[in-house]
Design a protein around this ligand. Structure first.
Ligand SMILES: O=C(O)c1ccc(O)c(O)c1
Ligand SMILES: [Mg+2]
Length: 599
């Protein structure tokens, strides 16, 4: 379907917004009045610019506080509308959005409103224009789409229809199934926005917290299904008022926006051009980038955890460390980000074991993931990689890449009992968290968990976790609640968590191997004793090994952590019991405080 975005959703001048929307690949824009009024270019030039960029202008918006006015005001409103129709001719667009009045003195007389809308539609028709009437969630009298449709139906003019905006409908908890009652050709326009569930004034919620479909908790797919079932065939248009997007890079936001629409369309349309996600069988490897100092520390830690230096890349300074099916590449060649200090190690790549790497790559491309140009040595595996918004490389592979390595030592069976990578946790800058979450979730075809808020001693952190169908690939994105310079203590921690099947045995083995394990305070175990029925001996075992415990309806979770390698990276060892599906978030404040004590 045609895809459009409101200029209010992007940062910059109108000219910059248009360029960003076009570069991302949108077909069209909604031009927001304030953007046009403050633009340096006259309307004709904006029209020409859009034509050059290959962008349609699908609607001009909004005309405010129009209906329910007293006669004198209404005459002035018609004059104002006539001026807008002239302007729209110059812009080359024929659809005007009128949002329901918020004027305190607006009359709530349905007969009068319908009559005034009819008069406006007649004026529009004379200019070759049409009017889409939208119920704002905070409209003075009209704040329900069903009421707006009733008025449009009563006005009975071919140049008058409704504009449906998912935010106004879903924020009020109105049932979107009623959209099916509206004839499709009377739905003149469709605006889409998601939002996180919040208990707050709906106007504030709308003006500051809208987000792209899939980034909030509204059911956008169901909403769109109702609208398509009604027969709507016009554009899908994003209208997202959001404080972060207003100050973010416009092209990056536009790409995030278009990705959200492509993913939404895929969820709703049977014949989506996007390749379905290939089954993911687990992590092939995680790569950590190190400098020489960080490399020594990382390798010492991996050895202590029972890993073996199993192979060396034939041409690059990269070593494979392996235990069971858990594989870590230690890469001394990946350029370190500018914020890296000597001795730091960081996750630089995540490789997923895809049942069909070519299909995974095709899907990623359809979802606008930037590919990575890579150089291959003769005979080396041609792995496909993309770059996630946080800069992490994501590889789609099987085990063909192992052919690029020469074997060193054979990992002993068993070792410390680590079997696979359970999950990888990556920190995200506050302003790009939703973008990253939508990226990973859509490209990899993962299910999103409800976000969790964690009180870190030095700031609030949100965690967005996601799981592939079957649970073989799990990612957790942690995000500071506030943007800006984090306190040095809270700078972007990452971790790789390994799975095992007997955590007490693994804890004994890594202790014997000399691994530095994060000490957990006695207070934690005293609390655990009061809120669980775990036996005294079991609790003593946990405390002895610095193992934390969590229990939900899904099952139980046992986990311990290593100390930090440099300032960013650490490892975790986990045991999931009876289908536990989380990440031990309840214990995260304890872990963070313990890490800060050692920092
Ligand atoms: O917040 C507003 O004013 C506003 C304006 C136009 C819209 O389409 C809308 O959904 C909200
Ligand atoms: Mg709207």
């Amino acid at each position: 379907m045609r895809k459009s975005i409101a200029t209010v959703s992007l940062s910059g001048t109108l000219e910059e917004k248009l360029a960003a929307a076009a570069r991302a690949g949108f077909d069209a824009v909604e031009i927001f009045e304030a953007d046009l009024i403050s633009a340096a270019s006259p309307a004709r030039d904006i029209r020409a610019m859009c034509a050059d960029l290959g962008l349609g202008i699908d609607i001009y918006q909004p005309l405010r506080d129009f209906e329910g006015a007293a006669p004198k005001t209404f005459r002035a409103n018609l004059r104002r509308a006539a001026g807008k129709f002239e302007l729209m001719r110059e812009l080359g667009t024929d659809l005007l959005l009128v949002c329901s009045s918020v004027a305190p003195r607006a009359a709530g007389d349905d007969g009068l409103i319908a009559e005034q809308l009819h008069t406006l539609a007649e004026l529009a028709a004379g200019h070759g224009c049409r009017v889409a009437y939208e119920a704002l969630a905070w409209g003075r009298h009209v704040n329900d789409y069903r009421h707006a449709w009733k008025l449009v139906a009563a006005a009975g003019h071919p140049s008058l229809g409704v504009c449906l905006d998912s935010f106004h409908i879903l924020s009020r908890g109105h049932d979107p199934a009623g959209i099916r009652e509206i004839p499709g050709d009377k739905i003149f326009f469709l605006q889409l926005a998601d939002a996180p569930r919040m208990l707050m004034d709906v106007l504030q919620w709308s003006r500051h917290h809208r987000c792209f479909p899939g980034q909030g908790s509204f059911g956008l797919a169901g909403f769109l299904r109702h609208t398509l079932a009604a027969g709507y065939a016009g554009p899908l248009s994003l209208e997202v008022f959001n404080d972060v997007f207003r100050q973010a890079d416009a092209e990056r936001t536009a790409t995030d926006a278009l990705r959200s629409l492509i993913a939404l369309e895929e969820a709703v349309l049977p014949e989506s051009p996007v390749a379905p996600p290939a089954p993911l069988r687990g992590f092939s490897f995680a790569e950590i980038a190190v400098d020489p100092l960080g490399g020594v520390a990382a390798e010492r830690m991996l050895r202590a955890l029972g890993f073996t230096r199993a192979a060396r890349h034939r041409t690059k300074p990269v070593h494979l460390w392996q235990q069971g099916d858990a594989r870590i590449l230690v890469n001394a060649a990946r350029p370190a980000p500018a914020d890296r200090r000597r001795g730091d190690a960081a996750v630089s790549a995540v490789a997923v074991d895809s049942a069909d790497p070519a299909q995974s790559a095709a899907r990623a491309e359809a979802l606008l993931a930037p590919g990575v140009p890579r150089s291959f040595g003769p005979g080396e595996a041609e792995l496909t990689a993309i770059t996630a918004p946080d800069g992490t490389l994501v590889f789609f592979c099987g085990t063909e890449w192992l052919g690029d390595f020469s074997e060193l030592d054979t990992p002993p069976p068993g070792a410390a009992g680590i079997t696979t990578i359970d999950h990888i946790a990556l920190s995200q800058p506050a302003h790009h968290a939703q973008e990253a979450a939508l990226f990973y979730q859509s490209v990899l075809g993962m299910r999103r968990h409800d976000p969790v808020e964690i009180a870190d001693p030095y700031g609030l952190v949100r965690s967005f976790a996601m799981t592939s169908p079957g649970g073989a690939v799990r990612l957790a994105l942690s995000v500071p609640a506030l943007a800006g310079d984090p306190l040095p203590q809270s700078a972007g921690h990452q971790h790789v968590a390994f799975a095992c099947t007997d955590i007490f045995a693994t804890a004994r083995a890594v202790h014997a191997g000399g691994a530095s394990i994060l000490p957990i305070p006695a207070n934690y175990y005293a609390d655990l004793a009061t809120r669980t029925d775990l036996g005294t001996d079991f609790l003593a075992g946990l405390r002895e090994a610095n193992i934390l415990h969590d229990r939900t309806e899904d099952g139980e979770f046992l986990h311990f952590f290593t100390t930090m390698l440099g300032r960013r990276l650490f490892f975790e060892v986990v045991q999931r019991i009876n289908g536990y599906d989380g990440y031990g978030a309840a214990n995260t404040p304890v872990r963070m405080a313990a890490q800060y004590r050692l920092a």
